[in-house]
Design a protein around this ligand. Sequence first.
Ligand SMILES: [Zn+2]
Length: 289
Amino acid sequence: MPLPIDLPIVDHHCHLSPTGEGVGAARRFAKAGGTHLFLATQNYAGAVPTSLQTYREQFAMTEELARRIGEETGVVAYPVLAPYPVDLLGAAAQIGLSAATELQFQALELAAHRVEEQAAVALGEVGRPHFPVPIEMAAASEAVFVRALETARDVGCPAVVHSEDLDANGYRSVADLASRASFPVGRLVKHYARAVVPAAVRQGIVPSFVARRELTTSSLAQDPPWFWETDFLDDPTRPGAVLDLATIPRRALAIAADPDRVDRLRIPFVESIETVYGFTPRTASRAGR
Ligand SMILES: [Zn+2]
């Protein structure tokens, strides 16, 4: 059974790089049946930014890639912008912790402006290092995380969170930070969710599951909202990591072959986007149709 013609096929978190496969990867995604990408920014220069100007150029590059993807492949790419939380550590080593913290605040402001101007759809990745850090770094990271959520709250957009794997305690700690920032947990997405954690202990936080085969299967039974992502890095030194960009269209095609499960595909590809982001992804065209 082919994919329903009106069903968008969405990768909720990936990165593309002008020095990697770039737009070509989006073309492969389209050929496999993909229609929409949430395109998270990254440090394209391969160095941690130590100035606001570098973030300005980085965000502009993400937007430029999104524009070219639309023009050259027909795939709709939604930019997701923020200073990468782990940048704080590298920047602190070069310009000191307080200047590095201030830089994160300013870059969050910059990203929020792009959301206000409808050039981006969410702040991300925001959060905290996924590994243990010295106590003063952990405190500064937490301050930046709370500021990120306050900033997202002020512009009324979702926040896409980078963090360690969250268990019940982890979800509770992130929900506590959201509550400190008066940020609605229903718009807080845990990116790179590697396990199904029962909704009862997720505190309302929305998981974006890494689209490994077992996880796509087990997540399908979850109540909405939730997403699927590849977290494709487009790093020539790590080809196909985390998952290849063609993965989600392939999984969707396999699931669509099962008449009992095909309707569930509307959860990650339509309903959850409506619930969390507040818009409906429009299906333009699917390659080969
Ligand atoms: Zn990512």
